[in-house]
Design a protein around this ligand. Structure first.
Ligand SMILES: [Fe+2]
Ligand SMILES: [Fe+2]
Length: 136
């Protein structure tokens, strides 16, 4: 993803921006997996789920780091921010169960990755930027 595209998402906190960039890079990789799908043998699904696994783990680490910064700084909106993190993790788990339980289609995969990108962009532009402004 081009740096100019990422610019408006920057919070100005180096570790946070670095982790956000990693998340978007992985989401780009997820799109590539879907675009390069080999639907007949289902290999794309295996790769898709592997990338989702990585994202799950990385998101957990990233949220933990942000939550540590909230607690350490006495950030006043930490309850709401943490609740949003928690809801995102739950939503991802739900989407994953749907994908695994259903006849997985690339349409579902596309909507899942879009939903993740939209959520992250909204979250970073509002809540993460607010947190960053507080801890700067
Ligand atoms: Fe974040
Ligand atoms: Fe956050």
């Amino acid at each position: 993803m081009k740096s100019s595209v990422l610019k408006y998402r920057e919070t100005g906190i180096a570790w946070q921006d670095k982790q956000h960039k990693e998340l978007f890079d992985r989401l780009s990789a997820l799109s590539s997996v879907i675009e390069g799908r080999r639907a007949e043998d289902g290999e794309w699904l295996e790769e898709f789920l592997k990338t989702i696994d990585f994202l799950d783990e990385y998101v957990a680490v990233h949220f933990y780091e942000e939550e540590r910064a909230m607690v350490g700084s006495g950030y006043p909106d930490s309850d709401l921010h943490m609740e949003r993190h928690h809801l995102f993790i739950e939503e991802m788990a739900h989407l994953r169960r749907d994908i695994e339980a259903s006849e997985a289609t690339t349409d579902i995969a596309v909507s899942t990755s879009r939903r993740m990108v939209e959520w992250l962009v909204d979250h970073i532009c509002v809540m993460d930027k607010d947190l960053a402004a507080y801890i700067k």
